[in-house]
Ligand binder design. Sequence first.
Ligand SMILES: C[S@@+](CC[C@H](N)C(=O)[O-])C[C@H]1O[C@@H](n2cnc3c(N)ncnc32)[C@H](O)[C@@H]1O
Length: 200
Amino acid sequence: MDATQWDERYRASAGGVWATEPPAAVREIVAELTPGAAIDVATGDGRTAIWLAARGWDVTAVDFSSAGLALAAARPGADSVTWAHADVREWEPAASVDLVVSCYLHLRDSAAAVARIAEWVAPGGTLVVIGHDVDNIAAGGHGPSDPAILYTPELLRGALGDRFHLVRCAQVVRESDDAELRGGHASAAVDTLLHAVRVR
Ligand SMILES: C[S@@+](CC[C@H](N)C(=O)[O-])C[C@H]1O[C@@H](n2cnc3c(N)ncnc32)[C@H](O)[C@@H]1O
């Protein structure tokens, strides 16, 4: 989807599209880290960025959807985040950071996008990527149905090369709690989770 399509999706959902907190797997990883500088890649309506900022992180959050960023800016705590309206395939941070988080960014060339955002992690810093796994389609989970844009552990692992120590790179199953599902059926969703630390 391009930025215009994302804008339409955000404008159509008055109450927010996703859950109000980051995915549980992301919360668990970040809870073990000392706060520093962070980038939330494709922040959407800002749930991860605002959650991080509330825990002491100095957060820059990037997304190419102005409507998503408008929802984010209206959330309590939004003032403590630096918002960047940009395409993550072109945007560059001013400096590398202690934590880069990417939740559910699905592009035609996801491996290239992950390799690119991995460059923003400082030596010793942490990269967390979570997205819909290709097996989510067969599992009937909420999310995109085009396998070409979905993740596998192999894809994410291959994007990093030997620049990172892999703490975990695996499928994880969660109960989907996206706001779009509220009032409808909750479903199990299959994600790929990457947790890696940049070697010094
Ligand atoms: C499924 S949403 C996830 C939002 C957020 N990360 C979360 O988990 O709540 C995907 C987001 O990626 C953004 N996005 C997609 N392609 C992008 C790109 N090339 N540059 C910046 N943002 C992009 C969309 O605007 C959308 O907000």
